[in-house]
Design a protein around this ligand. Structure first.
Ligand code: GDP
Length: 298
């Protein structure tokens, strides 16, 4: 599994161990199914996905003798069923250019790093990329984004600490348009402690963008830290409400046993999952391959 996929080792071990403990009995009866369901919940897949997987297993295999390997394969199949519809990469299709991608998420979720990784992927596809440092609240965030931009060789629009994010975004769209940039990726503040303020700030950015191009922002990508487990789901709720979300990127799947939350998110929200972060390096953002991920998780 590790050869297949760098991240997810801990998640895989967690569910694997939980499922192994389940199959003491050979027959898939109600009590085994109960245990499977519990194992899935303990592995952060959430009650809804767990119930769905249980129902499918029951429908297909109730009363049959089942080995541990067969059980894991059957679970992986059902996880893949849940993940396939939400595996949607970001395509650069906006006309006129630039495509504006607003990247949102709480501080520490991996937002800045993910922006750099996304920019790198777009560059590899020969798209012109520009960054806008819209998290003006944290001087460190501006600096960090600028450092990444320099490292990968993309322009960045930035203003002073405490400056108006909407005006940075305005400047960004102008500059990107003038320079024929394909994708403008906008960093935003992530101070969820002050929800009202953040909501107003994001609304103002949206308003400014909308005046420049009614289609913008084309993407509102929520970055989630898988380490937060079920808390990541709560963040989806909040950001849906305060910012609107068109898709997700989940980070830090390399260092956590809680990667099952990806399945919970897919099942409960049905939002596109664009990519996953499996490390701190620039090329550690991977396309979201549902079948591969399902096999690694189970
Ligand atoms: P921000 O505050 O949301 O902008 O978060 P940062 O981009 O600064 O990331 C916070 C920390 O998480 C940094 O140390 C990153 O290197 C680290 N990080 C981001 N993505 C990943 C990932 O996919 N895996 C791991 N292991 N670390 C990550």
């Amino acid at each position: 599994k590790d050869r297949l996929f760098g991240g997810f080792r801990k998640t895989s071990e967690r569910l694997s161990t939980n499922l192994t403990e389940v199959v003491g009995t050979a027959k898939l009866d109600d009590s085994t199914l109960d245990n499977v369901e519990d194992a899935l919940i303990m592995s952060d897949l959430g009650p809804s996905a767990a119930a769905r997987i249980r129902a499918k297993l029951s429908e297909k295999k109730f009363g049959l003798n089942i080995t541990e390997i067969e059980l894991k394969e059957a679970v992986a199949d059902e996880i893949a069923e849940i993940l396939r519809p939400v595996a949607v990469p970001i395509e650069i299709t906006a006309f006129p250019r630039p495509q504006v991608l607003l990247v949102i998420g709480v501080n520490g979720s991996g937002k800045t790093t993910t922006i750099a990784k996304m920019a790198h992927l777009f560059q590899e596809d020969d798209y012109g990329v520009m960054l806008a440092a819209g998290d003006t609240f944290r001087a460190a965030a501006i600096g960090q984004l600028a450092t990444w931009a320099e490292r990968i060789g993309v322009p960045v629009i930035r203003g002073p600490e405490g400056g108006d994010p909407a005006s940075i975004v305005f400047d960004g769209v102008k500059a990107a348009t003038d320079q024929g940039i394909d994708a403008l990726i906008v960093d935003t503040a992530g101070r969820l402690q002050n929800k009202r303020e953040l909501m107003d700030e994001l609304a103002k950015i949206r308003k400014v963008l909308g005046r420049l191009n009614p289609e913008a922002p084309h993407d509102v990508v929520l970055v989630l830290d898988a380490t937060n487990g079920q808390n990541a789901l709560a963040q989806i709720e909040v950001f849906k409400e305060i910012a609107g979300v068109t898709g997700l990127i989940m980070t830090k799947l390399d260092g956590t046993a809680r990667g099952g939350v990806l399945v919970a998110a897919a099942e409960q929200y049905g939002l596109p999952i664009h990519a996953i972060g499996v490390g701190e390096k620039i090329d550690d953002l991977r396309p979201f391959d549902p079948d591969l991920v399902a096999r690694v998780i189970a």
